[in-house]
Design a protein around this ligand. Structure first.
Ligand SMILES: Cc1cc2nc3c(=O)[nH]c(=O)nc-3n(C[C@H](O)[C@H](O)[C@H](O)COP(=O)(O)OP(=O)(O)OC[C@H]3O[C@@H](n4cnc5c(N)ncnc54)[C@H](O)[C@@H]3O)c2cc1C
Length: 417
């Protein structure tokens, strides 16, 4: 290792790599560092500029004890990171170091006031330019470790004392996340848990596509439950969006990671509860009361008290009661409506595509990484961050916060601050 100057190589200039470079600059003080960021695209942060629909949902203002539940099986692994550098630290860094004011929206989500993810990326890059050598069009092909790390691109070989592996996952590959982290970590003997889609839209099967297409563009608040082999495996509540191909929106995307790989084995389907605030009996009672109070009203109009009119129309049509009025509406018809409103079945056409997933489930096994430092347990001096790891968070700023928190632990350990 060089005696005076720490030579740090960052592989991948996405969210995690840029955050790491920023935090090295912030915390290096009088420590001598030579930081090189190698990015295979022509510009860094191609995925970052897409975040939050181009507005960048940078974090989620919750205490670490609550936030950790958003990281599924990795909740305990991520806890020290989000505890030590949590949402308030991210907000402070973005506001005071990067110079972008932030604002809070629903569900504790934090965005920059400028509503521009491109601006966030530009300001992060501009913050590090005097401290980090950013080399674009530099795809890392190989890493070897002897007394130091030798990192190779097609054109160059670099020597580093420390390597931060932040070359992303496999989701949204057009942004540069094409699974290179896994290949590179694999070369360093790391185990990679099979990458799969998380936070992905879901294609409906042919049977369900008819009514779903008719509702394309409509969003509703719903409870979404996933059934496999006829058994409920998981459920969540939130906004869903009907689309030409099937379902998307935060609640569906959140649950998409649980859809099994080989769907032909278990016939998975979603059950949508379009009136989650009432149980079946309560909904039936309210519906019956409305029927009694408005005998001359069409059933679709009554249903539109609970869901958007277009959804009411499709539900009535599925129940075969579109043309009926409240007067004379039979118990059997009411039962059909309760079934469609509270147990609307949407068959799943195929396993969610990783190309369309916002994040990757799977990645470098957490058993091989020290959760207090993000350092590899197998290769001293190698730090692994972001989507490269087997961590995926729910939507709402959780994934960028994970990158930031992990970057902090790695930088703290490298700089010994
Ligand atoms: C459409 C969309 C919207 C999202 N919105 C949000 C949001 O609002 N909030 C949130 O918290 N999360 C959001 N996410 C998730 C978030 O963007 C990711 O979790 C995060 O970007 C992961 O950061 P990363 O640095 O690990 O990977 P990436 O951001 O994918 O960066 C990896 C980088 O490494 C480079 N690279 C890859 N291989 C090599 C190689 N061999 N050599 C050199 N460089 C390489 C890539 O080109 C890329 O620039 C969104 C994701 C998507 C797709």
């Amino acid at each position: 290792m060089s005696q005076d100057i720490k030579k740090i190589g960052i592989i991948g200039g996405g969210a995690a790599g840029l955050f790491a470079a920023c935090l090295i600059k912030k915390y290096s003080c009088d420590r001598l560092c030579e930081v090189t960021l190698l990015e295979k695209n022509e510009i860094p942060g191609k995925k970052l500029i897409l975040t939050g629909h181009g507005r960048c949902n940078i974090t989620n203002r919750k205490p670490a004890s609550e936030l950790k539940a958003g990281y599924h099986e990795a909740d305990n692994f991520i806890y020290p990171a989000i505890k030590e550098f949590g949402p308030e630290d991210t907000i402070s860094f973005i506001e005071n170091d990067i110079g972008l004011k932030t604002k809070e929206e629903d569900n504790n989500r934090i965005f920059p006031v400028c509503d521009s993810a491109a601006r966030v990326r530009d300001e992060l890059v501009s913050y590090i330019t005097d401290h980090t050598k950013i080399i674009c069009n530099a795809k890392v092909l190989d890493i070897r470790k002897d007394s130091s790390f030798e990192v190779s691109t097609a054109e160059e070989k670099y020597s580093f004392d420390y390597v931060i592996l932040s070359s992303g996952g496999s989701s949204f590959p057009q942004t540069g996340s094409t699974g290179d982290s896994y290949r590179l970590a694999g070369k360093m003997s790391h185990t990679v848990i099979t990458p799969r889609a998380a936070l992905a839209p879901v294609k409906a099967d042919e049977d369900s596509l008819g009514f779903i297409k008719n509702l394309s563009g409509v969003s509703v608040t719903s409870k979404v439950s996933l059934f496999c082999n006829g058994k409920k495996t998981v459920s969540t509540e939130g906004e869903i969006l009907f689309a030409e191909f099937g379902l998307t929106g935060p609640a569906v995307m959140e649950i998409s990671r649980e859809i099994p790989r080989d769907i032909s084995d278990c016939n998975p389907y979603f059950e949508l509860d379009l009136v989650p605030s009432l149980n079946d009996e309560q909904f039936d009672q309210e519906f019956r009361k409305l029927i009694g109070d408005h005998p001359d009203t069409k059933i679709t109009t009554i249903l539109a008290r609970f869901v958007p009119a277009s959804v009411a129309g499709e539900i009535a049509s599925k129940a075969g009661v579109s043309d009926l009025y409240a007067q004379g509406f039979t118990k059997d018809n009411r039962r059909k409506i309760v079934n469609e409103m509270k147990h609307l079945k949407v068959g799943i056409g195929r396993e969610p595509s990783i190309d369309k997933a916002y994040v990757t489930r799977g990645g470098v096994s957490l058993k091989e990484v020290d959760r207090k430092t993000m350092q590899s347990r197998l290769v001293p001096g190698l730090y692994i961050l972001g989507e490269a790891l087997d961590i995926d968070g729910i939507s709402g700023g959780y994934n960028l916060q994970a990158c930031m928190s992990e970057a902090y632990l790695a930088v703290k350990d490298i700089l010994k601050v």
